[in-house]
Design a protein around this ligand. Structure first.
Ligand code: 6SG
Length: 208
C-alpha cells in the first residue's frame, strides 16, 4: 500500500480525519494543495469522479469521497473492527458522524451569522448519542478496543466543535475523556502540534 498522496484545498475540511488517522498509524503521505483559482479553471475538476476533492492516491489507485477514503485506510491499517459485526457498527458510527458533519458544514457555509447560536443550543441533542455509545463500550473507543476510522472522524469533528464552543463537551464526560486521550496519543499530539496542521484553516470560508 502507498505511497499515499492527498489532493485537496489548503484547509482541514474533509481531510482532517484522514490526516489524523494516517499520522496516528505512522503512515507517511504527500499533499498536493490545490488553490481555488487553479480549481476554477476546471481541468482537475473534470478528472474527479464527482467533480470534487479530496482525492487519495494509494500508489496508482485513485479514490474519491472522504468517507470511502477513511474506510480504505481502515482496511489497510487494521482499523475496521475484528469481524463483520464490528465493521458494521463502525460503518454505522461513521455515518452518524457524517450526519453531524453535514449539519456543521451547512451552518458554517450557509448560516453562520444567523444560525450559529441555535446550532450550539441544539448540539447536545446530537452529542448525547455519541456519549451513550462511548460510555457503553467502556474501552475509550466507539467500537472494539482500538481506534477505528470512525473514532478518527468523531475525534476530528469534536475538535472542530470545541473551537466553535469550548464548553460543548462539559456535560459529556466520556466524549471529553475520548478527546483528551486521543489528543495525547504521541503521534496525534505531534501532528496536532505541527505547523502543517496548525497553518490550515478548519473551513474554506474562514469561519470556525
Ligand atoms: C469542498 O464537498 O474545503 N468537496 C469540496 N468543492 C469544490 O467544485 N462528499 C464529498 C466528500 O466527502 C464532499 C466533497 C467536498 O469527499 S470541501 C469541493 O470539491 C467543488 O465542488 C469544503 C471545502 N471548501 C473550501 C474550498 C476551497 C475551494 C473550493 C472549496 C471556499 C469555498 C469555495 C471557494 C473557497 Fe472553496
Amino acid at each position: 500500500m502507498g505511497p499515499y498522496t492527498i489532493t485537496y484545498f489548503g484547509v482541514r475540511g474533509r481531510c482532517g480525519a484522514m490526516r489524523i488517522m494516517m499520522a496516528d498509524q505512522g503512515q507517511e503521505w504527500k499533499e498536493i494543495v490545490v488553490d481555488f483559482a487553479d480549481w476554477m479553471k476546471g481541468d482537475l475538476k473534470a478528472t474527479c469522479v464527482f467533480g470534487q476533492l479530496p482525492k487519495l492516491e494509494d500508489g496508482g489507485f485513485a479514490l474519491y469521497q472522504s468517507n470511502a477514503i477513511l474506510r480504505h485506510l481502515g482496511r489497510n491499517h487494521d482499523a475496521y473492527g475484528k469481524d463483520g459485526k464490528e465493521a458494521a457498527l463502525i460503518d454505522m458510527m461513521c455515518d452518524g458522524v457524517e450526519d453531524l458533519r453535514l449539519k456543521y458544514v451547512k451552518m458554517i457555509y450557509q448560516e453562520y451569522d444567523t444560525g450559529k447560536d441555535a446550532y450550539i443550543k441544539d448540539l447536545p441533542n446530537h452529542l448525547d448519542k455519541f456519549e451513550a455509545v462511548m460510555a457503553k463500550n467502556k474501552t475509550g473507543f466507539l467500537v472494539g478496543d482500538k481506534p477505528s476510522f470512525a473514532d478518527y472522524s468523531l475525534f476530528e469533528v469534536l475538535l472542530n466543535h470545541l473551537v466553535l464552543c469550548s464548553c460543548c463537551l462539559d456535560t459529556f464526560p466520556s466524549l471529553k475523556n475520548f478527546v483528551e486521550k486521543m489528543s495525547a496519543r504521541p503521534k496525534i499530539k505531534a501532528f496536532l502540534d505541527s505547523d502543517a496542521y496548525k497553518k490550515l484553516p478548519i473551513n474554506g470560508n474562514g469561519k470556525q
